[in-house]
Design a protein around this ligand. Sequence first.
Ligand code: NAD
Length: 485
Amino acid sequence: MVRKIRNFIGNQYVEPKGEGKYEVFNPAFGEVIATVAESTREEVDNAIDLAEDAFLKWSETPVPDRIKILFKLQNLLYEHMDEIAEITTNEHGKTFEESKGDLTRAIQNVESAAAATYHSMGVNNKNIASGIDEELIKFPLGVFAIISPFNFPSMIPFWFMPYAIALGNTVVIKPSERTPMTMEYIMDLIAKAGVPKNVVQLVNGGRETVDFILENKKIVGISFVGSTPVAKYVYNKGTSNGKRVQAGASAKNFIVVMPDADIDGTIKNITGSFFGNAGERCLAGSVLVTFKENHDEVVNKFLKEAKGLKVGYGMEKGVDMGPLIRKEHLMRVVSYIESGESQGAKLLLDGRKTKVDKYPGGFFLGPTIFDDVSIDMKIAKEEIFGPVASIVKAENFDHAIEMVNSSQYGNASSIYTRSGYYAREYVRRVQAGNIGINIGVAAPIAFYPFAGMKNSFYGEIHPQGGFEHVDFFTDRKVVIGKWYI
Ligand code: NAD
């Protein structure tokens, strides 16, 4: 049944006034399951006004009381994990296990935000001069906006929301118009956990709704994650409108398999990096770097493993890889495969041939592997965001690093090696924010920052719960005092 996605304002679900403009698909079936309207400027402003009013009381709520609510939310999310994961699989396409992983990461951020009791502490010095004390106090700022992409519908809003509210702010969340159902469902749990009315609001829509947020004077900061062109736009417009902005962006991740690597022990891990989540992951491997000593062995084993992956509807047992998010996106990824062929790369595995007979309308593409790729080909340079691997050969370690660093992006990179020297040098020299050593998906745990570089991140303070993230959601006052009585 096709229904309209609702906003959640004042702990109530409300239908936005606009017409359903975007379609939400079950990408495995290729069928529309809901529509999303842009929220009007009035609706966005109203949500923000109410969040600003709620800020007064919420920011005065003692931090241990805020944290108690997060503990309740953590429990509710665990209790409802299967329902939420099923919603995610049906709107996104990833497998049920991947959807549970998405939510598990969200919950870990709730747990990590409980450290707000410590993170909100200031510092002080007694007697910095005779009879004079000085202290630094951290305080919340007001209403933050969270604008998230389609690929992790529960995790990415939770990279920000739990920290923002634990530290006393209020938030307005704008999920992706392509996967809005997961957060729509979770909002009810946020209310049931006891988060007071208007502290967390949900507005749906696409670019117009984002503009209404960017133009609203009451929004103090924006946490954005999405593609590089939109990240740049949000960063530039947000900062010129006086807001602090952190903006995670696109990626092109290189995986280097050194000649000394344990190939048998890690090939599953490497394959998971390229094809997990159908390659729609900002930490997915995209370019595989091999050497003449190990090229044939790595390629043969990688190919065998990739051929064994079962593509299908993510709710069915035994499925390893779901569909892509939209028909248009599938066509875009196919156009990269065509460009690889026309630029002379050798197609070893062609995902276009993968058919899922039971779901002929689904947006499926099987794992695709190109060999003999050169670093200046489009498939080696641009973000594809699909299950396409490009294999390049390096002359030596320095050449491998040079290729990795030639990318305009710097989200993640991994090295597979038994050598401490190479691992250490890789970390020192490679221009990427999240680095894996014998780990294909270098996803930082919730209490570490998600540290993209170059065109993969705009701003100073990275997403997720490292203690530095506290600085995004708080400001400081320094008080210098002398008492006479
Ligand atoms: P996207 O840029 O299309 O959308 C992200 C958000 O921006 C959505 O909420 C969308 O409604 C909004 N938006 C889209 N176009 C807009 C416009 N013209 N003006 C204003 N707002 C607009 O991204 P996506 O396709 O949903 O997500 C995939 C991208 O996100 C990939 O590039 C991926 O690498 C990136 N990503 C990055 C990270 C990271 O941490 N660096 C994490 C996940 C995804």
